[in-house]
Design a protein. Structure first.
Length: 140
C-alpha cells in the first residue's frame, strides 16, 4: 500500500474508509473557509476521471525516468588449493532506485497494458520489490 494512502486519518482509519479532504477553500456564503468536506474514494475517482473513464490532465504524468535495475560487485579469490580452480564471491541488488518520476510509488515497468486503448494506465499493480543477494561460485 502506498504511504500516502496508508496514513491514518483523524479517525484512525485510512483514506479508503474515511475518504479524504482535498486542499482548497469552500464558499460558505459569508466568505471562504478552508475545505473540511470528506470526499469518498469512489467519488474522488469519478471526479478525477470526470466520470467518463477517461484520464484528465491532472492524471497525466511525464514518463521520463531513470532506473537502477541491478548492481553486482564481485571478487575472484586467488588460487589457494590445487583442487579448486577458482572461488568467486559477489553481491547484488535489484530494483534499487528510480529517479525522475512525477508520481512517486509507481514503477513504470509495471504499468498495465502495452498496446490497445489502455497504454500506460496504472492499474494498482504493486511495483517490483528491492532484492539483495550474495553468491559464491566454486570451480573445480
Amino acid at each position: 500500500m502506498a504511504e500516502a494512502t496508508a496514513t491514518a486519518t483523524s479517525n484512525g482509519n485510512t483514506i479508503r474508509e474515511d475518504g479524504l479532504v482535498l486542499d482548497g477553500v469552500v464558499d460558505k456564503g459569508n466568505g471562504y473557509e478552508e475545505n473540511d468536506m470528506h470526499l469518498s474514494a469512489i467519488d474522488y475517482g469519478e471526479y478525477h476521471y470526470h466520470g467518463y473513464d477517461t484520464p484528465s490532465a491532472t492524471s497525466v504524468f511525464d514518463a521520463d525516468y531513470v532506473k537502477l535495475r541491478e548492481v553486482t560487485i564481485g571478487y575472484t579469490l586467488p588460487k589457494v588449493v590445487d583442487v579448486i580452480k577458482s572461488i568467486r564471491v559477489s553481491a547484488y541488488g535489484r530494483n534499487l532506485a528510480i529517479w525522475g518520476l512525477d508520481n512517486k510509488g509507481i514503477d513504470p515497468e509495471t504499468i498495465v497494458g502495452g498496446n490497445g486503448n489502455i497504454q500506460g494506465l496504472e492499474g494498482g499493480i504493486v511495483p517490483g520489490s528491492k532484492s539483495y543477494g550474495f553468491n559464491v561460485q566454486i570451480k573445480f
